[in-house]
Write a protein that binds this ligand. Structure first.
Ligand code: GTP
Ligand code: MG
Length: 171
C-alpha cells in the first residue's frame, strides 16, 4: 500500500502545561497510558492521521531539562507548543522560552508549522486563546505558519482541530 509521509513533531512548552496529556489523547486508545506522570528527559510517541505518520518527541518542560530541546530542532518538521492558559504567573516564562526557540539558528531559517495549544481551557480563570496569543506576541511570527487552538486535554477537546491544521501544513 501507500506509505504515509513521516513527520517528526517536537512537543514543547513549560512543565505542567499538558504536553504528555495531549500526546496521549492523540494516540490510539489501546496504547494510551492510564496515568500521566511528569516527563523525565523526553519520550518518543508515534501515531498516524489519515495521511501522515507522526513521530512526536514529547519533551520535559522542567527547567533542568529544557536544554535538551535544541538537540532535536534540526530533525523536526513541525512544533507543537503547549501553554497552560490558567498559569498567568508563568506566561512570561513561556514567552521567554518561545522567543529563545524562534531565535535559534536551527529554527529561525525553517518554514516549519507551529501549532499552539492554549490548554486547560476548562479552568475557571483560564485565559482565552486570543489573550494567550497576545501575551505571547504571536502576531510577530511572520516566517512560519502558526495556529492556536484552545484545548482541554483531559476531555480531549480542541485537539483534533489542531491536528487537522497541522496535517494540512505537513502534507
Ligand atoms: P512535563 O512533562 O513536566 O513537562 O509536563 P506536561 O506538559 O507533559 O504536563 P502533563 O501532561 O504531565 O500534565 C500536567 C497536569 O496537568 C496533569 O495533572 C494533567 O492531568 C493536567 N492537565 C493536562 N491538561 C489539562 C487540561 O486541559 N485541563 C486541566 N484541568 N488539567 C490538565
Ligand atoms: Mg510531559
Amino acid at each position: 500500500g501507500l506509505r504515509k509521509k513521516e513527520v517528526n513533531v517536537l512537543c514543547l512548552g513549560l512543565d505542567n502545561s499538558g504536553k504528555t496529556t495531549i500526546i496521549n489523547q492523540l494516540k490510539p486508545s489501546n496504547t494510551q497510558a492510564q496515568e500521566i506522570v511528569p516527563t523525565i528527559g523526553f519520550n518518543i510517541e508515534k501515531f498516524k492521521s489519515s495521511s501522515l505518520s507522526f513521530t512526536v518527541f514529547d519533551m520535559s518542560g522542567q527547567s533542568r531539562y529544557r536544554n535538551l530541546w535544541e538537540h532535536y530542532y534540526k530533525e523536526s518538521h513541525a512544533i507543537i507548543f503547549v501553554i497552560d492558559s490558567g498559569d498567568k504567573l508563568r506566561m512570561v516564562v513561556a514567552k521567554e522560552e518561545l522567543d529563545t526557540l524562534l531565535k535559534h539558528e536551527d529554527i529561525r531559517s525553517k518554514k516549519m508549522p507551529v501549532l499552539f495549544f492554549a490548554n486547560k481551557m476548562d479552568l475557571r480563570d483560564a485565559m482565552s486563546s486570543v489573550r494567550v496569543s497576545q501575551m505571547l506576541s504571536l502576531e510577530n511570527i511572520k516566517d512560519k505558519p502558526w495556529h492556536i487552538c484552545a484545548s482541554d486535554a483531559i476531555k480531549g477537546e480542541g485537539l483534533q482541530e489542531g491536528l487537522d491544521w497541522l496535517q494540512g501544513k505537513c502534507v
